[in-house]
Design a protein around this ligand. Structure first.
Ligand code: WT7
Length: 650
């Protein structure tokens, strides 16, 4: 479907789903006045939410907004790890499961809050012994094993800033992130399991750290002998050895200032260089915690199954800081949804009695493709609420999710947010809001959203515009690490004092928000954000390539797929082998998620007279659309040649 057709389908989506009476009656939020009261007094609303956390020192004022810089809960002191772990051990939750972990090969591990506290404290002691201090950056490159949340929480306990790099990233990508964050310590694993195969993390780490500030590498043994790794003397230490010899005494939680950074998480933007999104301690934690209670309607007996990898913001907020700060039980799964078979998620959901499931549209579309028989083999009656995140969900996928996973019983919360926003911004409160398939509905209480035109004026219903957030919120990013100018320009450069997420959207007649996707040069592949410029710089680094232009085109399962148009250097000839080599080259420089779906060689790229590549035309070609305005093209024949070539390829 072309974007235009997609938009028409969305505009004609008229099905609505109201929460059932029984869901409504048990919901945490039953009173719709929460929206108005939060709007009238956002500071009062957020202050009340922040008081769900445990503070070492009470904050003095709620918010200071000096655009683009916000400070929240000023003067307060708290510790994120204390809030996620220690405080629960002083309650009835002491022996409650905090993390139910399942490894891909079928091994599992359950950590109660009390056990988690002991692990986190030992890890904090170990990090401290290796010299980690408050404010230091620690890079974490791990598969989905319990040591990942343990490492993050140990950093938080010390007051060190963690920077988790998704295990699917290449050595080069890891290296760039280590250098940018200036980390002295890296936590990695020998290897990870994915679809029954070994993912060589340590080998990537070895390559990544050379010539960086990294002094020590902690290596978690996950795979063991089969991974066949070597430890470098004086630099590498086994996690298991450190933990075995670490003091077992409690590690005192560092009292952090509200505004001290809790973590950095790198995300793609419109230039080739990823941005280190910096999140604060108090504001971020308040946002994560609040949305667990409101959007996810979390109760003490819930089993929260979030399928995201902790290497992305969804995993940070909804596998670690949100659920644990709220004292929940989370289900964490290490591997692939189709290993050993395509029913793995449903097997896990049934086995542990998951009550809330949070996953991505791309996964739902894949499940649809696989067929409902994999779902029907399992008893999913424990589920009571479903969530989606990562990209607009097409109404058909929504309906499938509703029917086969939710069994027409579970409300669906479609949550729009970003790495930068920290937690869900647009989403229904499931006991209150009638949902429409494909719409994230309305802003959550305390969040001010608008859709505006080029001049910043609100657009009427039915008209597309820029999605913006007009007031500061606690979990907003504080800066781009080491580049405040970029923070200012990217997010606040277009409209003064107004946050620009980079998404297009429109309102319908009922005031429901429909997200239309990115409006910048960012592609959303299976819910992963990839900058076209990153892929382009990877391609042009190859000796055969003269120039490259990368676009996203719609893809049935991935949402978007990467198409690269490449011009070759003089004397290099095009071949299928070269295509395969270039694809692999991108994988090595960024990671598997950035592998171009297709590469097209072209003698020239369409450019304006000033030499700017006209991506819009390339996108039109990619989608097989009628080509729009070509009058600014330096050489119009380029487009005709490309079109003919693109057709040949199909
Ligand atoms: C971009 C943010 C938030 C965690 C996952 C991705 C898109 C995200 C939705 C949704 C429509 C969505 C947006 C956004 N997006 N959720 N429910 N409906 N679009 O985090 O990597 O920072 O990407 O994902 O385009 O800007 P991220």
């Amino acid at each position: 479907m072309s974007p235009k057709e997609q938009l028409d389908t969305l505009l004609h989506e008229s099905r609505t789903f109201s929460p059932s009476e029984s869901f409504r009656q048990q919901a945490n939020v039953q009173d719709a006045r929460i929206y108005e009261s939060a709007e009238q007094d956002p500071e009062g609303f957020w202050s009340a939410q922040a008081h769900e956390l445990t503070w070492f020192e009470e904050f003095e004022s709620v918010c200071n907004w000096d655009p683009p810089h916000a400070q929240w809960f000023i003067g307060g002191k708290l510790n994120a790890a204390y809030n996620c772990v220690d405080r629960h051990t002083l309650t009835h939750r002491k022996n409650k499961a905090a993390i139910i972990w399942e490894g891909e090969p079928g091994d599992n591990r359950v950590l109660t809050y009390d056990m988690l506290r002991r692990e986190v404290d030992k890890a904090a002691h170990a990090l401290r012994q290796l010299g980690v201090q408050k404010g230091d950056r620690v890079t974490i490159y791990l598969p989905m094993v319990p040591e990942l949340p343990i490492s993050m929480l140990a950093c938080a306990k010390i007051g060190a800033i963690h920077s988790v790099v998704f295990g699917g990233f290449s050595a080069q990508a890891l290296r760039d992130r280590i250098i940018d964050a200036d980390s002295k310590l890296l936590i990695t694993a020998d290897a990870g399991w994915r679809r029954g195969k070994i993912v060589p993390l340590k080998a990537n780490a070895d390559e990544a750290v050379v010539g960086t500030p990294i002094e020590k590498v902690i290596v978690v043994e996950r795979v063991g002998a089969q991974a066949a790794i070597e430890l470098q003397d004086g630099r590498d230490v086994r996690w298991q050895d450190l933990m075995a010899s670490a003091p077992t005494s409690p590690f005192p939680a560092e009292p952090m200032d509200s505004e001290d950074y809790l973590f950095l998480l790198y995300t793609s933007g419109t230039t080739g260089k990823p941005k280190g999104i910096a999140h604060s301690t108090a504001g971020y934690l308040t946002g994560a915690n609040t949305s667990m209670r409101t959007v996810f309607d979390l109760k003490d007996n819930d089993i929260f199954f979030c399928t995201a990898d902790i290497g992305w913001i969804t995993g940070h907020t909804y596998l670690v800081y949100g659920p644990l700060s709220a004292g929940a039980t989370v289900v964490m799964y290490e591997g692939s949804p189709d290993f050993p078979d395509r029913d793995r998620y449903w097997e896990i959901a049934e086995k542990y009695g998951a009550t809330i499931l949070y996953t991505a549209p791309t996964s739902i579309r894949m499940f649809m493709k696989w067929g409902s028989q994999y779902v029907e083999q399992h008893d999913l009656s424990s589920l009571r609420l479903l969530g989606t995140v990562g990209e607009p969900i097409n109404p058909e996928a929504w309906m499938w999710y509703h029917k086969y996973i939710g069994q027409e019983r579970c409300p669906i919360v479609d949550t729009w947010w970003q790495t930068e926003t920290g937690c869900a911004m647009i989403a229904p409160l499931p006991g209150l809001v009638t949902t429409k398939p494909g719409s994230a509905t309305r802003p959550v209480p305390g969040i001010a959203i608008d859709i505006v035109d080029e001049e910043g004026n609100s657009v009427p219903p039915g008209h597309g515009g820029y999605l913006v957030i007009t007031k500061p919120w606690p979990s907003m990013l504080r800066t781009v690490w080491g580049d405040d100018e970029r923070f200012r320009n990217t997010y606040f450069g277009k409209f003064e004092g107004i946050y620009l997420p980079g998404d297009g959207a429109h309102l319908d007649e009922d005031g429901y928000i429909w997200i239309l996707g990115r409006i910048d040069d960012v592609i959303n592949v299976s819910g992963h954000r990839i900058g076209t410029a990153e892929v382009e710089s990877a391609l042009v680094a190859h000796p055969a390539v003269a120039e490259a232009a990368v676009i996203g085109r719609s893809h049935e399962v991935k949402g978007q797929a990467i198409t690269a148009f490449v011009t070759l250097r003089e004397g290099v000839s095009a071949s299928d082998d070269l295509i395969a080599e270039l694809k692999q080259y991108v994988v090595e420089r960024i990671g598997a998620m950035a592998r171009p779906e297709e590469i097209l060689f072209t003698a020239e790229l369409p450019k304006t007279r000033s030499g700017k590549i006209m991506r819009r035309l390339l996108r039109d070609i990619g989608e097989g659309r009628v080509i729009g305005d070509t009058t600014t093209l330096a050489d119009p024949s380029v487009v005709e040649a490309l079109k003919a070539q693109y057709k040949d390829q199909d």
